[in-house]
Design a protein around this ligand. Structure first.
Ligand code: SF4
Length: 230
């Protein structure tokens, strides 16, 4: 849909909309900034985390704390930088005290994420942890422990992407075994990015409004016309 420039402009419009969003009154009242996401607006690889933390809320950027530094290290290990990818979260505002996002907050915010996915057009979407994995797979019952490191093709909105769930980097900060798993899962990203993009569904056919049919006027028989038979 549209050129990269057009999609970028549209993404900016969605950002403007999110910046003043107050759909979650508690989050809107407590936040310092709306953390929309950052990176390459035409990226092949998009990461989706959970929600901003205190550092992100202050700086207005996702993944800038310790978990963000780990994410950058893992990216470097596969030859990428933040500038190559786009990073966003399920929620754009920080939940107070870093509590879990509430279902109604996820519902309220998800349209921003779906628009981001539609406009950035990534080939591979890497969900970090349970919240984004459950939301983008549309399956709240299956968690990251069962799904991490296993890619699948999923239709999200109008596009098909390779969805690749992995653990959230925050989960690996203090657990060396988890870090090994995360690093191994991360290591498969170049292979997934090298695959052909998923086939896209046929675009919805445009609604064709038929030309009005021109019917020759027929001379009515006087009796029938009076009885309303034509
Ligand atoms: S979390 Fe999302 S929906 Fe809720 S106020 Fe922030 S931007 Fe709006």
């Amino acid at each position: 849909m549209g050129t990269a420039e057009e999609r970028r402009e549209e993404l900016k419009a969605v950002w403007q909309q999110a910046r003043s969003c107050t759909k979650c009154p508690q989050l809107a009242a407590a936040r310092q900034t709306v953390v929309f996401g950052s990176g390459n607006a035409d990226a092949d690889l998009m990461f989706v985390g959970e929600a901003p933390g205190a550092n992100e809320d202050r700086q207005g950027l996702p993944f800038v704390g310790q978990a963000g530094r780990l994410l950058e290290t893992l990216l470097e290990e596969i030859g990428l930088t933040r500038a190559d990818v786009f990073i966003a979260n399920v929620l754009k505002c920080r939940p107070p005290g870093n509590r879990d996002p509430l279902p109604q907050e996820i519902d309220a915010c998800q349209d921003y994420l779906f628009r981001q996915l539609e406009l950035i057009e990534p080939r591979v979407v890497c969900t970090l942890g349970n919240f984004s994995t459950k939301l983008l797979r549309g399956d709240p019952a299956t968690g990251i422990t069962r799904l991490h490191g296993r890619e699948e093709i999923r239709q999200i909105g109008p596009r098909r992407v390779r969805l690749y769930p992995i653990y959230h980097p925050a989960a690996a900060l203090y657990t060396p075994k988890m870090l090994d798993t995360l690093r191994a899962d991360f290591g498969r990203l170049p292979e997934l990015l090298a695959l052909d993009p998923p086939d896209q569904p046929e675009p919805e056919p445009e609604l064709v409004v038929p030309e009005p049919e021109i019917v020759e006027e027929v001379e009515r028989e006087p009796e029938a016309a009076q009885l309303g038979l034509f």
